[in-house]
Write a protein that binds this ligand. Sequence first.
Ligand code: SF4
Length: 374
Amino acid sequence: MSTARPTGAPAPGQLTFVAPRRAKPARHLADLTMAERRAVVAELGEKPFRADQLSRHYFERLNGDPELMTDLPAASRERFTAALFPRLLTSVREQTTDGGTTRKTLWRLFDGALVESVLMRYSDRTTMCVSSQAGCGMNCPFCATGQAGLTRNMSTAEIVEQVVAGARALAANEVPGGPGRVGNVVFMGMGEPLANYKAVVGAVRRLVEPAPHGLGISARGVTVSTVGLVPAIGRLAGEGLPVTLAVSLHAPDDELRDTLVPINTRWKVAEVLDAAWGYAAATRRRVSIEYALIKDVNDQEWRADLLGRLIKNKLVHVNLIPLNPTPGSKWTASRPEDERAFVRRLEFHGVPVTVRDTRGREIDGACGQLAAAE
Ligand code: SF4
C-alpha cells in the first residue's frame, strides 16, 4: 500500500480545511431534489412526470442506465443519459472477507481520484460505510487516509452512488445471505464528512427520503461522524435530520487530543462535547463517542476516568475501537487487559460502552485504514 501524497497535497502537520479548487463531477440525478429534477427534465423539453419515472428507476429499481428504462421513449433515453446519468464511479477492485459478507470496493472517480466504500453484512442488517472526500485534510497521525492529505470533496451523487452500488449488489444476490437491502449507512470512510457539509447533507437527504425522492433508508440507520467541527455540528442539529452523530474523540484531554486529532487546536474537547450535547438535545438522538484505543497512548485508566466524568449522565454511548494497524505506523492496538480495564472504568461511571468489532481488518477496510491505494 502506498502512502505517497498526491500532487498538491498538504505537508504533514498542515490542516487543509478547504478543498483545493478542481473540476467538478458532472451533475447526476442523485445531486438534485425532486423539484430540481423536474426543472431539468422540462429544460430538456420532456414532460415533468418523466422526473418521477427516472427517480423510481434509480432509487427503487436501482437502475442508473436510461438505455435499460424501456418505458421511456427511445429518443429521450439518450438525452437523459447525457443530462442526468453520467458515469461517476468506476470499480477498480473488489476485496472480500468474512466469507464474502464484507466487501470493500476501490472506486475511481471521473478525475482519477480514488475512494473506497465497504459493505458489511451481519445476520440482522447490512451497513454501508461510505467516503465523503477523496483523502482527508484532518491529518490524524494514526489514520492511513489522513496521511495522504485531501484531494477533493465528493459530490452528493458520488456519495449516494456508493450506497446504490451496495444496494444493487444485495438486490442481485451477489452477497452471501440471500437478496437483501441496505439498512444502515455510516459516513466513516475516507474524509471528514462535516468538512464537505453541503454535499453530505444532500446525500443524507437522498438516503432518507422515501422513493421516488430517495432511497427510503431510516434516518436512525444513518450515522455521520466528525472529528469535531463545532459550527457544523450546530448546523447539522438544525437540519431536521435525526441521524446519529458520531464524534471521534480519541482523547479526553486537550494536551493529548491536540496531537491525535490536530483540529483540536481549533476546537477544544469541552467545545466539541458541548456541541454534541446540543445535537443530542435538538435531535433526541444518543451521541456516539468514538475512541480508538492506542497502546500506551490514550488507553490509561486515568483517561477512562476523565472521559467517564466528562460524559456521564448524558445521552451518549462510547464505541471503543481497537486501533487498526496501518502500514509503517508506530501506533498499535491496546493490550486486551488495558482494553478491559478501560471498559470497566467507563462502566463504573455508568457510561454505556461497547468495543467495536474489527470487521474488515483483513482487507484494510476498518476505520482509519482506507487509504485508497491501487
Ligand atoms: S481519522 Fe478521520 S478525520 Fe482523521 S485523518 Fe482519518 S479520515 Fe480524516
